[in-house]
Design a binder for this molecule. Sequence first.
Ligand code: 5GP
Length: 190
Amino acid sequence: MQLLQDKVRKEGIVLSDTVLKVDSFLNHQMDPMLMKEIGREFTRRFSDQAITRVLTIESSGIAPGIMTALELDVPLIFARKHKSLTLREDIWVEQVYSFTKQETNEITVSRKFLHEGERILIIDDFLANGEAAFGLTRIVEQAGAEVVGIGIVIEKAFQPGGRLLQEAGYRVESLVRIASLEDGKVHFVE
Ligand code: 5GP
């Protein structure tokens, strides 16, 4: 997606060889027009699939997730990273190791919003090792629903998440793929 690639090139800040900061349009300040285009692009890419809900993880997945859900005309659910007051038997729970925070979070989704037989599109902002995406697939599968695809805004293709998800049989669509962050620069996959 050229618009997104241009934005990453212009505004992305390379923090290290493995971490890219995009807080001017995705992770802190958010660009609504860009999010709208992202929602359209995911919808176009998964137009061959019947989708009943979009699932993401708080907080940075919510903006691309809601714009995709709006285009698809289905609800968005976001997995919570913090414990709520809900009873354990009312929620689906998985453990997810966070690449950027280097800690394990428990993620939860209410059973009220994810049901057997549903066809779920997973959306997230970044793909690194695939921990967040795999955690979301496990939640969907616990519920007896099906993952029809995984849409990623920025994939760091030099990390193994994309390959691992594809090897596990998931369809992954990444809008921008980064080959490396070496020398303080973003190098895109051609
Ligand atoms: P994974 O679970 O695939 O290892 O990492 C993906 C998650 O970690 C995303 O949900 C995202 O929040 C965060 N993340 C991973 N790498 C980066 C990065 O380079 N920059 C930012 N801003 N977030 C990242």
